[in-house]
Design a binder for this molecule. Structure first.
Ligand SMILES: C[S@@+](CC[C@H](N)C(=O)[O-])C[C@H]1O[C@@H](n2cnc3c(N)ncnc32)[C@H](O)[C@@H]1O
Length: 225
């Protein structure tokens, strides 16, 4: 990666942290409907032993903590935003909360299941392999990982790429920084995601696409092959 792109990505990551720190106190007032997300959390929990430990990374304000603890499982949250973690802490449900980025997660065989919900869009392509390795390493005995992958329209992606490159920004296709993207989104194709998962030794065991008008969420449960 050249220095200009490295610096730009570092600046974008800082913008994402600042955006969520700012939004944190009011984040839960603006809840979006997530029935399929909740259904996938349920499917993940069904694959996790009773009393098992779930990593919610990034947990944000801990929207899914109660669903986990109601099911008789325990939860530890992690996030790079101190503001979001403060909200998560106020729920009083997590066994622990860790201020750490997905790129720096260092857990080893510590969890029975993990979930990475509505967050991979903040991860640049260069970091996907590292983040997947970190999540896979955190799981014991091939435990399942539920992750969402946001999708956008080709028109949005093309327009963002055109305007960023015209402005001299060292962006790659799929990156968007304007609009409702918390400072940075990257939308990989399904093929690219499947390739990264395979390289991390992960296979898809459940998948659904929730397609809305101008965006979609691909829901995946993966586990070590
Ligand atoms: C849209 S919120 C979703 C939070 C939670 N998973 C949920 O579904 O409510 C995105 C969260 O991802 C966190 N985040 C984004 N990029 C991250 C990274 N590289 N490492 C750790 N946390 C990150 C943000 O701070 C924010 O709390």
């Amino acid at each position: 990666m050249d220095e200009k792109r490295r610096a730009w990505l570092a600046e974008r990551r800082a913008a994402v942290v600042a955006e969520y720190d700012d939004e944190a106190p009011t984040y839960d007032e603006d809840e979006y409907p997530v029935p399929l997300h909740a259904s996938f959390v349920e499917r993940l929990l069904a694959m996790c032993p009773p009393g098992g430990l779930v990593l919610d990374a990034p947990c944000g304000t801990g929207k899914y903590f109660a669903q986990v603890t109601r099911s008789g499982r325990r939860v530890i949250g992690a996030d790079q935003s101190a503001g979001m973690l403060a909200q998560a802490r106020a729920r009083g449900l997590a066994e622990d909360l860790v201020h750490v980025g997905l790129q720096e997660l260092a857990f080893e065989a510590a969890f029975d299941a993990a979930m990475t919900i509505d967050a991979m869009e903040n991860v640049p392509p260069e970091d996907w392999p590292l983040v997947l390795r970190n999540l896979a390493r955190a799981l014991r005995d091939g435990g399942p990982l539920y992750m969402t992958v946001e999708e956008s329209t080709e028109a949005t992606i093309d327009e963002a790429y055109r305007s960023l490159t015209e402005a001299g920004v060292p962006a790659v296709r799929g990156e968007v920084v304007e609009g409702d993207v918390a400072g940075y989104h990257f939308y990989p194709s399904r093929d690219r995601v499947v390739g990264w998962l395979a390289d991390a030794g992960l296979e898809i065991v459940d998948e659904e696409l929730d397609q809305q008008e101008d965006f979609g969420y691909r829901h995946l449960i993966v586990r070590a092959r």
